[in-house]
Design a protein around this ligand. Structure first.
Ligand code: AMP
Length: 308
């Protein structure tokens, strides 16, 4: 079976939206990516770190979705990475209220031996030096490497981030971050600039306005499903990345044509993630529901115009 390796934060999140507020719930880039990819029944593992304050129930939840967490280090004397954020009425923008790196500050990731030859590697959002260190341990030269990042790392560790971006095949990034990274306001120009930094494929996520996939002059666009109610957008980007990567791992076809389908799967899965707080919706998502939503996507975007 093809293998998917995920590195990312495993976190406590405290989230505030116009619909309510949570205390410290399970969050972090890696759980969202792993839970989303678990829809594809691929063999996956998470490399990350948590503190002694992290509940066993959260780890068990990941295990119960067949995610190998033997490389999630537990530092019993340390505290888990903590992030808190607040969304406003439009839900497209959020304020980060606090980011406490805690045990992530001096994390040295160790890739499990049986995942060094993974066919797909997702470098989820976390310190670029940790992302690089994971890449150094991969022994499959043909592995498809997907990197996700955010403005926090551009603001604080730009040089390290540029070094890891150079080494990856695909970058997934949101529109504002693409503008920040490239210094371009047009997303087409931004994608071109980011190509020059290394990645052959650039995915720009535009929240409720969908996602763009660029590969040189090839461009593909998938909308986001218009939802009546977005409850909590946290993790939508990671859920997208997990669906995108999970589909590519399962199909083992890394062509542009197949990546279009991966973008659609990513978008469909992200549309579930935002329906409840945190990871809740992704924990109880039946394949039947995903199938139905993909059908909705098809209906939403298919048209048969006659060009004479
Ligand atoms: P997203 O909404 O897709 O950007 O992902 C939100 C998740 O990213 C939350 O669960 C946070 O715990 C996690 N997160 C927030 N800030 C960071 C950061 N600087 N590095 C890594 N993960 C982060």
């Amino acid at each position: 079976m093809n293998k998917l390796l995920i590195v990312g934060t495993v976190a406590f999140d405290a989230i505030e939206t116009p619909f309510g507020k949570t205390d410290k719930i399970l969050g972090g880039s890696a759980p969202y990516i792993g839970l989303s990819a678990s829809q594809f029944n691929v063999e996956s593992a998470i490399v990350s770190v948590v503190g002694g304050d992290f509940p066993e129930a959260h780890l068990e939840l990941l295990r119960s979705h067949n995610i190998d967490i033997s490389a999630v280090e537990i530092i019993s004397t340390g505290k888990t990475f903590f992030w808190s954020g607040r969304y406003h009425n439009d839900m497209n923008t959020r304020d980060t209220l606090s980011t406490e790196l805690n045990v992530l500050s001096d994390f040295q990731p160790v890739v499990p031996t049986n995942f060094k030859k993974a066919s797909v590697v997702v470098l989820g959002n976390l310190h670029p030096l940790v992302q690089s260190s994971v890449l150094d341990q991969i022994t499959n030269d043909d592995a498809l490497v997907i990197l996700d990042t955010m403005n926090f790392w551009m603001d604080n560790t730009l040089e390290d981030l540029m070094a890891v971006i150079k080494r990856v095949d695909i970058i997934t990034i949101n529109d504002e971050e693409a503008r920040q990274l490239s210094g371009q306001s047009s997303l087409v120009a931004a994608a071109r600039k980011i190509h020059e930094m290394g990645p052959k494929y650039v995915v720009i996520k535009k929240g409720e306005h969908g996602a763009l996939l660029f590969n040189g002059d090839n461009v593909f666009f998938a909308p986001a499903l218009p939802l009546e109610e977005v409850f909590d957008p946290t993790g939508a980007g990671d859920t997208f990345a997990g669906g995108f990567a999970g589909f590519l791992t399962k199909t083992n076809d890394f062509s542009f044509e197949n990546m279009k389908n991966a973008v659609v799967y990513g978008s469909a899965l992200a549309s579930f993630s935002v329906e409840k707080f945190g990871t809740e919706r992704m924990c109880n998502l039946a394949p039947k529901e995903v199938f139905k939503r993909l059908q909705l996507f098809k209906n939403l975007t298919q048209f048969d115009i006659e060009l004479t």
